[in-house]
Design a protein. Structure first.
Length: 431
């Protein structure tokens, strides 16, 4: 079970609300894409929307690498809060201009700082929970992204329908500012609790267990003692991290294809309302929250800390959902399919991220998360402009068939890539 002491609960709230706010400021534009495309004053085409998505994804990939190293060397309190402040300002500024170049610059900057969000959260989670309950704790924390994205889909689509898409983007900026305050206020406790080698919370984490059993770190060699090249060397020398990074790439093709384009599919191809599309995307995120927590719990209890089996099984089941979605007609069934998408996608996404941290050298976990996250960002980029080009350059009858075929292939490759890691366990259980 996931243990919570008083300080753990405060830090966890800072992680949950802070990282959820990252997603609210990241998913705001996809949530209002249908009304933007329908608004002549916005003057945005599907190709331009795809370019915004690809620009953000590429910047996100770069940000994951940069902030991954930063997260290993600096206080998670600042690394979590300050980039969120920048993301909030980007959302507030977007509606103030109609210039596409400015939009591209702001959304790309937003993508770059979004790369900071999870690294400091990982440091806090790895410190405050021991390996035997870490999967459930990590899964519960990762549901923050689902709740943030779900609330964004519901609230921003409703605000856009009633008050306009500009008001929805500005609301996202305000939510991000609130998240900045909460994250900065709550996660500062981590520094006070780790002084003099005290054990944090109710369960021993890094402070008690040596953070993964790294003998070099137990002798006093910390991440701050290593150069950037040395940190990167610890990551790129590990074949298992390459496999997980490639699996991340493929899975993020699927994830971004769903989160960025399925609302457009439901409105343009299936002729549903933007409000219903928002409900579907919120249901997708709710399913993701349940899938993240369930996957962590299953990997802890059924597979004794092995993350690979659950990730491979979930990603293989994703393949059958795309043809099912194209065939079902009634709205309740579409909502059920979207819920299943969330469960089966966010489960392996969370576990791959956790496995990266558990298999990486304890001194370079943020760097490992950043390097693999860079590949995930490149996967998101593939689901941006390229899919937009497929939609605009192919006949309406075939466009979504091609898109769904690409996403099915990416899910299948994810499963195959994870199979060699079926038996892998955390360093602090094997070293």
């Amino acid at each position: 079970m996931v243990g919570f002491g008083r300080e753990q609960a405060i830090v966890f709230f800072g992680i949950f609300f802070g990282y959820g706010s990252y997603y609210f400021t990241r998913k705001s534009l996809p949530a209002v894409t249908p009304p933007i495309l329908a608004d002549p004053s916005a003057a945005l085409t599907a190709n331009q929307v795809g370019a915004l998505g690809s620009g953000m994804a590429l910047a996100y990939a770069a940000g994951k690498v940069v902030f991954g190293v930063v997260a290993d060397r600096h206080s998670p309190q600042y690394v979590l809060a300050l980039p969120l402040l920048v993301a909030s300002v980007c959302n507030l500024l977007l509606p103030l201009t109609a210039n596409f170049s400015v939009w591209f610059a702001l959304w790309t900057l937003n993508g770059f700082v979004q790369g900071s969000g999870w690294g400091p959260c990982v440091r806090l989670l790895m410190k405050w929970w021991p390996p035997e309950s870490r999967g459930a704790a990590y899964g519960l924390a990762s549901t923050s992204q689902c709740f943030g994205a779900a609330l964004c889909a519901l609230v921003c689509s409703a605000v856009a329908q009633n008050y306009g898409w500009a008001a929805a983007l500005q609301l996202a900026g305000i939510v991000g500012l609130a998240g900045t305050v909460v994250a900065f206020s709550c996660t500062g406790l981590e520094k006070a609790s780790s002084q003099d080698g005290e054990v944090c919370g109710t369960g021993g984490g890094e402070a008690e267990r040596g953070d993964g059993g790294s003998s070099s770190e137990s002798k006093g060699e910390k991440a701050a003692d290593l150069s950037v090249l040395e940190l990167l060397g610890l990551v790129y020398a590990d074949r298992r991290l390459w496999l997980l990074g490639f699996a991340f790439f493929c899975l993020y093709v699927v994830r971004s294809g769903i989160s960025d384009w399925l609302s457009v599919y439901l409105v343009q191809s299936r002729m549903h309302t933007a409000s219903f599309a928002g409900q579907c995307m919120a249901t997708f995120e709710v399913g993701g929250a349940m899938g993240s927590f369930a996957a962590g719990l299953i990997s802890d209890r059924v597979f004794q800390g092995r993350r690979g089996p659950v990730s491979a099984i979930f990603s293989s089941l994703l393949i059958i959902l795309f043809p099912v979605l194209s065939m079902v007609g009634p709205r309740p069934l579409i909502i059920v399919v979207m819920f299943c998408f969330g469960v089966l996608l966010y489960g392996p996404q969370m576990l791959i991220g956790l496995q990266i941290n558990e298999l990486a050298d304890s001194r370079a976990r943020g760097t490992a998360q950043g390097a693999c996250g860079m590949l995930a960002g490149l996967g998101s980029m593939v689901a941006g402009l390229p899919i937009g080009l497929v939609i605009t350059s192919t006949s309406p009858e075939m466009a979504w068939t091609w898109v769904f075929s690409l996403l099915c292939a990416a899910a299948g490759i994810t499963c195959l890539t994870l199979l060699p890691l079926w038996s892998a366990k955390a360093r602090d259980k094997t070293d």
